[in-house]
Design a protein around this ligand. Sequence first.
Ligand code: T68
Length: 830
Amino acid sequence: DVAGDRRAKAERMFELMDVFLKNDPISLEKDILYHVEYTVARSRFNFDDFEAYQALSHSVRDRLIERWHDTQQYFKKKDPKRLYFLSLEFLMGRSLSNSVINLGIRDQYAAALRQLGFEFEVLAEQEGDAALGNGGLARLSACQMDSLATLDYPAMGYGLRYQYGLFRQIILDGFQHEQPDYWLNFGNPWEIERVHVSYAVKFYGTVEEQILNAEKCNIWVPGETVEAVAYDNPIPGYGTRNTINLRLWAAKPSGQYDMESYNTGDYINAVVNRQKAETISNVLYPDDRSYQGKELRLKQQYFFVSASLQDIIRRFKDVHDNFDDFPGKVALQLNDTHPSLAIVELMRVLVDEERLGWDRAWDIVCKTFCFTTHTVLPEALEKIPVDLLGSLLPRHLQIIYDINFNFVEELKKRIGLDYSRLSLMSIVEEGAVKNIRMANLSIVCCHTINGVSRVHAELLKKRVFKDFYELWPQKFQYKTNGVTQRRWIVVSNPNLCALVSKWLGTEAWICNVDLLAGLQEFASNPDLQQEWKMVKTVNKMRLAEYIEAMSGVKVSLDAMFDVQIKRIHEYKRQLLNILGIIHRYDCIKNMEKSDKRKVVPRVCILGGKAAPGYEIAKKIIKLCHAVAEKVNNDADIGDLLKLVFIPDYNVSVAELVIPGSDLSQHISTAGHEASGTGSMKFLMNGCLLLATADGSTVEIIDEIGADNMFLFGAKMNEVSTLRDKGAALKVPLQFARVVRMVRDGYFGFKDYFKSLCDTVEDGRDFYLLGHDFSSYLETQAAADRAFVDQEKWTRMSILSTAGSGRFSSDRTIEEYAEKTWGIEPCKCPS
Ligand code: T68
């Protein structure tokens, strides 16, 4: 019989293949050599570090694939409700160390490599970053994938496989230049190409009215087809067999040929034209928080959404035949509005293809989607020009109009004919250019909308989406962001990891980070303090070596390492930091020799990319270099102050910098940072925070207490009043003085810096640098005083790590699972 036959075949296959690959050092050693010879095709007697890395990563990949297969099989068998996380950006960084640590076989690999004459850490440095995202939003997606896998949730991520990730930043004469990040050049062992998992995605064309079964309906007749091919990236959980999938789509020419152009004899041009399809997934847009109505970006969004939904619907239909079961089996999470066309696409499929009728389709869609917003800045809210959408996706535009018609009718019943409010809430923005407001669309169609910190959600309710909150208060939630302690402590700070485990007497905190609170009772213990400082010094040493290699600047380990690393933005106020540094420089310069002995030496470290078209941000980078040039070469200053800009900031640079820093700055104007997640990584690593009460910092204060950090600046509720004062706002003399130094060309480039200085003077200081300057300097002085008292400082540092438990993405994901997605763990047996 057929079943018996199949069973016999399966048994034979199990006999032929060892059920699981072996993980003892000898087997790993053999395995690495196997990959040197047969995958990398090098001689096993002669291969270099990079080739060793390649072989090693293929060996790890094999182990990932085993677990990943088992997990997918298990999910299929159990058929639980699944979460699909849709995001146009994932900042995964490197995979090797993270994978072997999550698989629990790092030490075995290190031993195997030692036998072969290699060192694990050295090979790990060979790996380039996967940088398919811009900043916080994209790294958050990566942290959340790690937590979803570790907590055994039946989840899957969907995104785009850009050929070019976020641009590489190079600095020439202190100016940022962008270079393409062609990251796939040397192959990518962490992905699995799935040539047979592919879908046709269609664009352009027209909508025709047809009569089907005596019913009038609109049918989309598309004009262009592109193929989406899946690349699967296994995401291993820690301490579990579960390994989930991140499926990224690449665009390829469609298998359907346009016979016409081939038959006209212009074969070469026909091939060249087909090749253009691939441009869709070519390059990541490097503008974070601003939206330009570009056709290619819209194409990317729809391409990714359409392929993902086809995949999700296919999986659903494999097991189910009634779409009313869809919301019980599928949760669709929109990571910001970037994938929000998914709402419209699902409506189109259900109405036009599955023919469920509008009302039934609408009901299903509303029960399925949830939406996270990551911003408070109005300029970051996506608006798609109607003309653009109408030409690329004519049927989708119709559907949006229909959704909006129904919404506005409902709204009229609720609020009456209040036209100004109706027009503000409408999905369609009227005006010289008509736009579709993607945030409004998402709010209307999703069952939950969440902000990413408590105060962010309050701002959404009170300001950004006030009218919607009044209409549907039950839809609004907040989920304070978190980061994964696996990458941000275990992978990037192994010494701290070992120390924490030793003092807590357990490694259980790696999956239950609340246990870190157990460190509180030892915060003043001299032995722990001693060991804690030791770990910090070793990490500072590594960072100092890196700084010297990058910039040639030698820094003293006795100095306080003061760090600000994040995307460059006016609201994040890197300029405030630099002006503070100029002030410090000016003070030291004018000091009596005897007073200099009291100065606490500082190494100020900045890093971050400016969007290529963001002129002011680029000037901030140049100013940083100009000031560094002056300060670092001034014999009067010596080791009392150094300033370094770390080029090409990315995930792997963060992994090096964060563990080695004493103080970190999170100094956005209150009310502008939706959450901020860098602060959480520093906190976990026992680095003290100098911060404004903005975004998630407010909640960090609740956890560790204001005494254990350095707070300053205008409060959220003061900002708009202060702003309204304009030129009448009082600004300290010191502020005017440092800006004047820049204006007068003290650091050179006088003309170039003029427009930068203009942004903070004469009533135009939108981000209140002038107003906050004195309290910033006072707080910096307080940090100096605290640093002198190393016992106090170390205590604060230990209490920072101890209080970081709430900021694990494990906590965030559990909240989403329960309150938003309605999913439960599904643990694959080991
Ligand atoms: C960030 N947003 C928030 N956006 O600024 C930050 N935007 O406060 C928050 O902690 C983080 O999201 C996670 O919630 C972003 O990073 C983008 O990168 C972006 C990219 C494209 C378009 C718009």
